[in-house]
Design a protein around this ligand. Structure first.
Ligand code: PMP
Ligand code: GLN
Length: 375
C-alpha cells in the first residue's frame, strides 16, 4: 500500500538523532545554532499580544505578499502581481511538493539533476510521476548534452537547485543561456527552481530565475525564510510563478494547508522592513572562511564552496570505509555529526565524501574542527 516503498527516513532526521544520542557536535542537518536577530524576537513578542492568531488569506498575509513583491523587485528587478503570482508556503518543502503534485500527473517525467536534495524525488513519486536523474558533471556543473538527451515527449518538468545543496556550486551565466536555448525547443516543460540559498553566494552574485525573462515565464521559484532568516523551525517560505501556473498550484495548496502559520507571517512581514540580507551573506562568508581555515590542519580535503552553508570534504586519505559507515564512526568515535554525500545520489554511490553544515557559532566550528583535526 506504500507510495514510497523504497524511501527510508530522511538522513537529516537520522543523523540529528544520532548526534543527540551520542552528544556529538551536529554539523549534519542544515540549521543554524546561533541566536536569531534580537529585533526579530522583539517583533515576535509585540505581535503575539495582538490579533495575529487566526487564518490569514489562503495565499498569504497581504502585507507579507506585498513585502515579498517589493523584495523581489529590489533584489531582482522583477515586478510581480501580489494577487496572482506569489504564494506563502509552509517552508520551501511544501512549496516544492505542492508544485510537483499540482503539475505532474501519472506517467509524466521529471528531470532532476544528480546529486540533489532529498525531497524532489519522493514528491514526484507521490504524484505518480517518473523521476529521471541526470548526472551533473564532475565539477557539479549541469551537462546540457545529457539533459537534452534525457528529454522525451513525456518530460513535463526540470528541477534545478541553485546555489546547490549539497555541493555549494553556483550556476554561471552561460549555463542559464544554455538552459534558455534548450527549453525554447520544449514548450511543454516547466522549470522548478529551488533557490532557498539565494542569499548565501560567495564567489559571484546569485543569478535568480527571477532575472531571466525567458525562463521565469515558465518557472516556479521556491524560496525559504527558514533558510534566509535563520528560523528553519518556523517552516515558512514562498513560491513565485506566473499566474497561469500559480492558479493551479493554489488549488492544491488550499487543500494541503489552506494557509500558513499566521504568527510567522506577521512577524516576517514586519521584519522584512529592517533585515539586512547583505549582512547575512557576509556573516556566512566569514563562517565559511573560518571553517575552511580551521580544517586546513586536518586530513580532510576541502572541495570548493561557492555558496550555501555546506562544506563538502573528501576523506579518502583517512579511511576506506563507505561514507555512511564513516559518518557514523565520526559521530561515535570523534563526536562530530555530518551527512554522507551518497544519500544525495540516485544510486547511492559512495564518493568518500561528507557534508558539513557551517551555519554554527564560531565556538561550535572551532570545537568541531579541533575534533576533526584529530581524525
Ligand atoms: N531545498 C533545499 C535545497 C534545502 O536545502 C532545503 C532545506 N531547508 C529545502 C529546500 C527546504 O526548505 P524549508 O526548510 O524552507 O522547507
Ligand atoms: N535542508 C536541510 C539540509 O539539507 C534539512 C532539511 C530537513 O531536515 N528536511 O540539511
Amino acid at each position: 500500500m506504500s507510495k514510497l516503498p523504497h524511501i527510508p527516513t530522511s538522513i537529516f532526521s537520522v543523523m540529528s538523532q544520532l548526534a543527540n544520542e551520542h552528544g556529538a557536535i551536529n554539523l549534519s542537518q542544515g540549521f543554524p545554532n546561533f541566536p536569531v536577530d534580537q529585533r526579530l524576537l522583539d517583533i515576535t513578542k509585540q505581535l503575539t499580544h495582538e490579533n495575529t492568531h487566526q487564518y490569514t488569506p489562503m495565499a498569504g498575509l497581504p502585507s507579507l505578499l506585498e513585502k515579498i513583491s517589493q523584495l523581489t523587485y529590489e533584489k531582482y528587478t522583477r515586478k510581480t502581481d501580489v494577487a496572482t503570482e506569489i504564494l506563502v508556503t509552509a517552508g520551501a518543502t511544501q512549496g516544492i511538493y505542492t508544485t510537483i503534485n499540482t503539475l505532474i500527473k501519472h506517467g509524466d517525467e521529471v528531470i532532476i539533476l544528480d546529486p540533489c536534495y532529498d525531497s524532489y524525488e519522493p514528491s514526484v513519486l507521490v504524484a505518480g510521476g517518473k523521476p529521471f536523474r541526470i548526472a551533473l558533471n564532475e565539477d557539479y556543473a549541469p551537462n546540457f548534452n545529457r539533459i537534452e538527451a534525457g528529454i522525451t515527449s513525456k518530460t513535463k518538468m526540470i528541477i534545478i537547485n541553485n546555489p546547490h545543496n549539497p555541493t555549494g556550486r553556483i550556476w554561471k551565466e552561460n549555463e542559464f543561456e544554455a538552459l534558455e536555448t534548450l527549453l525554447e525547443k520544449h514548450p511543454q516543460i516547466v522549470l522548478l527552481s529551488d533557490e532557498v540559498y539565494e542569499y548565501i553566494s560567495f564567489t559571484q552574485p546569485h543569478i535568480s530565475i527571477n532575472t531571466r525573462p525567458k525562463l521565469r515565464e515558465r518557472a516556479i521559484i521556491a524560496s525559504s525564510f527558514g533558510k534566509s532568516l535563520h528560523v528553519t523551525g518556523w517552516k515558512i517560505g514562498y513560491l513565485i510563478a506566473p499566474e497561469k501556473l500559480m492558479q493551479e498550484i493554489k488549488k492544491v495548496h488550499q487543500f494541503l494547508v489552506f494557509s500558513v502559520s499566521s504568527l510567522s507571517q506577521h512577524v516576517i512581514a514586519s521584519y522584512l522592513d529592517i533585515v539586512d540580507f547583505d549582512a547575512i551573506a557576509k556573516m556566512y562568508l566569514q563562517k565559511r572562511d573560518l571553517f575552511r581555515s580551521l580544517l586546513e590542519g586536518s586530513r580532510f580535503t576541502l572541495l570548493p564552496c561557492e555558496g550555501t552553508y555546506f562544506q563538502v570534504v573528501n576523506y579518502e586519505k583517512i579511511s576506506s570505509k563507505n561514507d555512511t559507515d564513516f559518518a557514523k564512526e565520526l559521530i561515535t568515535h570523534h563526536g562530530v555529526a555530518t551527512i554522507p554525500i551518497s544519500v544525495f545520489y540516485e544510486d547511492g554511490t559512495d564518493k568518500r565524501m561528507l557534508r558539513f553544515c557551517f551555519a554554527k557559532t564560531d565556538e561550535t566550528l572551532v570545537a568541531a574542527a579541533e575534533k576533526l583535526r584529530r581524525v
